[in-house]
Design a binder for this molecule. Structure first.
Ligand SMILES: [Zn+2]
Length: 166
């Protein structure tokens, strides 16, 4: 720890109390203020002097250091607010994607697997891809199958697009 043995003193006008709250001395206000800056660590100490009354602050960060710390704190709080907002937007997008995925799963489950007496079959897989047995007479499938399948595939695509935005 620096003991602030060597410091440079400059004089400035009084600009407000410098003492700890309970140890302020109103008689010391209104005169001059001496600013001691430690040559080793850069800390500063302020002393208000008016006539034979004085009031002294403890050693602390210099005004420049304090301002830099305050600026850094303000920047951090802006960044934190931006992050909170991004998280909120992200969780909204996440919820939308989850809802659309649930809807897509429900619609996919509603698409029937078509089976012909000769063993051929056709259906949508769990990702919404149309699959069938080799040589299945796809053209013979009822239009209703394709209508239900199309709704499910559209839901899958919407869910994928929503997920890509998360
Ligand atoms: Zn020092």
């Amino acid at each position: 720890m620096c003991k602030h043995k060597k410091f440079k003193t400059t004089e400035q006008g009084f600009s407000g109390p410098v003492g700890p709250h309970r140890r302020q001395n109103r008689l010391a206000h209104g005169g001059v203020c001496y600013r001691d800056v430690c040559l080793t660590c850069g800390s500063e100490r302020l002393t208000n002097v008016n006539g034979c009354s004085s009031e002294r602050s403890g050693w602390g960060p210099s005004g420049e250091v304090r301002e830099a710390a305050e600026a850094a704190e303000a920047a951090a709080s802006v960044a934190a607010a931006a992050k909170r907002k991004a998280d909120t937007l992200r969780s909204a997008a996440e919820r939308e994607a989850e809802a659309l995925e649930a809807e897509a799963r429900r619609l996919l489950a509603a698409v029937p697997t078509m089976r012909a007496p000769d063993g051929h079959w056709a259906k949508l897989d769990e990702k919404g891809n149309f699959i069938s047995s080799v040589g299945a007479p796809v053209a013979a499938l009822p239009i209703e199958f394709f209508e239900v399948a199309e709704v499910a595939v559209r839901a899958v695509l919407a869910a994928e697009a929503a997920r890509a935005r998360v």
